[in-house]
Design a protein around this ligand. Structure first.
Ligand code: ZN
Length: 131
């Protein structure tokens, strides 16, 4: 398992980690195989979406923040229930094919670490399965 450290600066934030993941693939000489990404946190997530226009990420965050309000008579005493809900909706893992040492993403796709209770120092665990 290869850890990737992600430092977040906002309460909710999407961070493009595509380049950082690709650098790990290159360093590990993966060739062909699968890249498994896992977020070991209960108030963060990971998703794949458009990386050409940054307003897509802010639109997604705005919708999540709207449908999962900060105040909603939550019972969880830590006070960060909205972050837990967003984490479960977005999910904690992604699997991406690696072809000839490159992430086999679509033209407009990027990998986003999703912070829902920042700012914090976070981690993404990477595992490669080589063909
Ligand atoms: Zn909590």
């Amino acid at each position: 398992m290869i850890p990737l450290t992600v430092k977040t600066r906002d309460k909710t934030q999407f961070i493009d980690i595509t380049r950082a993941v690709q650098e790990k693939i290159t360093a590990e000489d993966v060739g062909n195989g699968l890249c498994f990404l896992f977020v070991p946190h209960t108030t963060a997530g990971i998703t794949i979406n458009e990386n050409a226009d940054p307003t897509v990420q802010s639109d997604i965050l705005n919708v999540l923040n709207k449908i999962i309000p900060w105040e909603n008579n939550y019972k969880h005493l830590e006070g960060n229930s909205p972050a837990h809900v967003k984490s479960s909706i977005v999910g904690a893992s992604e699997i991406i094919a690696v072809e000839s040492g490159r992430l086999a993403l679509g033209t407009w796709q990027g990998i986003y670490f999703c912070e829902f209770d920042g700012p914090r120092t976070r981690q993404v665990n990477i595992k490669f399965i080589k063909d």
